[in-house]
Design a protein around this ligand. Structure first.
Ligand code: 13P
Length: 249
C-alpha cells in the first residue's frame, strides 16, 4: 500500500501568530483523520514555532532548502537545519521556485540528494504550463523533469521520494485538472518510473496532485487509482477545508 499524503503548502502567508493559530487548529482536527499522513509547510521563519503547536497527527515540512549543509550562502537554509527542528518533509522544485527563482532540473537534482542524505522526504514538484499542454508536449516535459532530477537515484533511494504533479495552469487559478487528467498524468509518471526502476518500485512511490484542490473536488480526484493525495495551496490556509480534503479518501 502506498502512503497517502495530504500536504499544505502555506507559501508566503501568515505571521508567526497566524501560523501558530492555524497549526493548532490543524493539529486538533487532524486527530479525527486516520490512514493519511498530514503535513503542513509554513514559510521557513515559522517552521520552529509551528512545530511546537503540532502533535503526532501532523508532520512538519519546509517549502524549500539549499543543497549545501553550511557555509557562506547568505539567506539559505540547509536540510540539516530542517531536521534539527523536527521537519520531516521538504517541498522541492515548486513551479513558483522554478519560475521566479530560476531553479533548474540540475539544481533540483543536487537539492534532492542533499534532502535525502539528511533523511528528509522530498515532495518533488513537477508540472507543465498551459501552452505545453495545448501543444501536446506535456507528458514528455513532465517526464523529463523526473528524468533530469531524480533518475540518477538508486531504486532504494527513489522510494523515499514523493512526487507532486502540479499543472501550472491549475495553481491558484480555481481551474483544477479533471480527475481524468490527473489520473492520466499520474499513470504516465508511474509508467515512466517503472520503465527505469521496475513496476514493483514504481508502485511504492506516492504521487500527489496539486492545483486548486479543495473539499469540493478532492474526493473525485483522490478516488483515482494513481492519485495518492494532494499538495494543497489556498485551501490549506483554512484548517477546516484542509482537514476536509484529508478526509476525502
Ligand atoms: P492552490 O491549491 O492554491 O492552487 O496551490 C497549489 C500549490 O501550488 C500547492 O503547492
Amino acid at each position: 500500500m502506498r502512503k497517502k499524503i495530504v500536504a499544505g503548502n502555506w507559501k508566503l502567508n501568515n505571521t508567526v501568530a497566524d501560523s501558530e493559530a492555524l497549526a493548532s487548529a490543524v493539529a486538533e482536527l487532524a486527530t479525527e483523520v486516520e490512514g493519511v499522513n498530514i503535513v503542513v509547510c509554513p514559510t521557513s521563519v515559522n517552521l520552529y514555532p509551528v512545530k511546537a503547536k503540532l502533535n503526532d497527527s501532523v508532520a512538519l515540512g519546509a517549502q524549500n532548502c539549499y543543497d549545501k549543509e553550511s557555509g557562506a550562502f547568505t539567506g539559505e537554509v540547509s536540510a540539516k537545519m530542517l531536521t534539527s527542528i523536527g521537519a520531516e518533509y521538504v517541498i522541492l522544485g515548486h513551479s513558483e521556485r522554478r519560475e521566479y527563482f530560476g531553479e533548474s532540473n540540475e539544481f533540483l537534482k543536487a537539492k534532492t540528494d542533499a534532502v535525502l542524505a539528511e533523511g528528509l522526504v522530498p515532495l518533488f514538484c513537477c508540472g507543465e504550463t498551459l501552452e505545453q499542454r495545448e501543444s501536446g508536449i506535456h507528458f514528455d516535459f513532465v517526464k523529463s523533469q523526473l528524468t533530469e532530477s531524480l533518475f540518477h537515484l538508486s531504486a532504494e533511494a527513489i522510494q523515499d521520494v514523493v512526487i507532486a504533479y502540479e499543472p501550472i495552469w491549475a495553481i491558484g487559478t480555481g481551474v483544477t485538472a479533471s480527475s481524468d487528467q490527473a489520473q492520466e498524468m499520474h499513470k504516465e509518471l508511474r509508467d515512466h518510473l517503472a520503465s527505469k526502476y521496475g513496476q514493483e518500485v514504481a508502485d511504492k512511490i506516492s504521487i500527489l496532485y496539486g492545483g486548486s484542490c479543495k473539499p469540493a473536488n478532492a474526493e473525485e480526484i483522490f478516488a483515482k487509482p494513481d492519485v495518492d493525495g494532494g499538495l494543497i495551496g489556498g485551501a490549506a490556509l483554512k484548517a477546516e477545508d484542509f482537514i476536509a480534503i484529508a478526509k476525502s479518501f
